[in-house]
Ligand binder design. Structure first.
Ligand code: FUB
Length: 326
């Protein structure tokens, strides 16, 4: 089946949280693989019970999306117990790295790495999670100078509120007050071998045009989950989901670790509660990969990956995308 903009790229499985990259001249998409179950849902995200990853690839824009089969299963990850959520991938040192979050045996979300000689896997997991890692939604950005950065973190089921003191507090659910700076995503440089942090993870500041932090009560703009970084015309673009207001928004910086200045909306709300995306350049044009729940007619945990073209304006801003153009 040929793929079309704003249509599911595969329909034989439910997929979500697409991280798209160009490897060997092809598009590779690293999505979550949503399970087809009818269990209950809650704000903790227990309905997102994913157990494995499948890698998809497309020879070009409009080409069929090929499912390369199981790339990694939770049973083969010694430190993990459940919930293989949004992954990302990178290429460095002649190897492919899959970064993925899962709950450890104490039910705390951690971030692990698995490696492969092929972009489509299968991937072999490291025995332990990245020391010092926590929360969900890892995204890797490898800069032009070869320096690799990990970005991660999510509120609510993603457990970021529980790490506010610097150590894990299992019963803590409250975030900062509405007029306090919002919790940001975290970033850390990765070690040369990509298997550990080269520095202590630190929170990224997202600020408004006057230099004031975006506050926790500013739900139209504050960070919720799903970070992604791309570089355009020498500037770093951090984009993310606002969760409760269901938008993908972005902020810009001259530094890959921020602070980032809030700029605007990339994607208006999709069908389903979650929204999660990636941005990739392919053959000189830019594309947004995203998901919605249209394939299951609105069931939040049965999602489908889609894509469309993304445009940077002359002034560096990004044109807002309507996922349901007429
Ligand atoms: O797919 C599970 C979670 O839902 C992801 O980690 C979040 O970004 C949201 O899409």
């Amino acid at each position: 089946m040929q793929t079309k903009f704003n249509e599911p790229i595969v329909t034989h499985i439910y997929t979500a949280d697409p991280s798209a990259h160009v490897f060997d001249g092809k598009l590779y998409i690293y999505p979550s693989h949503d399970l087809d179950h009818d269990g209950p849902s809650n704000d903790n995200g227990d309905q997102y019970r994913m157990e494995d990853y499948r890698v998809l690839s497309m020879d070009g824009i409009g080409s069929e999306a090929i499912d390369h089969g199981e790339a990694l299963h939770v049973r083969d990850v010694p430190w993990a117990s459940s919930q293989m959520w949004a992954p990302d991938a990178a290429f460095k040192n002649g190897k492919y790295y899959l970064f993925f979050p899962a709950r450890d045996h104490e039910h705390v979300f951690r971030i692990g790495v698995a490696t492969s000689s092929s972009p489509s896997g299968p991937f072999r997991a490291e025995p332990n999670y990245i020391p010092g890692s926590f929360s969900i939604d890892p995204a890797v950005f490898v800069d032009d100078d070869g320096e690799a950065y990990l970005y991660f973190g999510g509120l609510w089921g993603g457990q970021l509120e529980k790490w506010q003191s610097g150590t894990y507090e299992a019963h803590r659910t409250e975030g900062p007050g509405t007029d306090q700076p919002a919790i940001g995503p975290y970033t850390a440089k990765l070690s040369e071998d990509m298997l550990s942090f080269a520095e202590h993870p630190r929170q990224i500041a997202v600020i408004d045009e006057n230099g004031n932090p975006i506050t926790a009560g500013d739900e139209e703009r504050r960070y919720f989950e799903g970070p992604w970084v791309h570089k355009y015309n020498g500037l770093y673009y951090l984009s993310y989901s606002t969760g409760t207001t269901h938008q993908i928004v972005y902020a810009v910086s001259e530094n890959p670790q921020g602070p980032f200045v809030y700029k605007g909306v990339i994607l208006t709300p999709v069908i389903g509660w979650t929204t999660h995306h990636s941005i990739v350049e392919f053959d000189g044009k830019w594309y947004l990969f995203y998901h919605d729940s249209s394939l299951s007619e609105g069931i939040n945990h049965k999602r489908c990956v889609k894509y469309t073209e993304l445009h940077h304006n002359k002034d560096g801003t990004i044109r807002t995308i309507d996922p349901y153009p007429h």
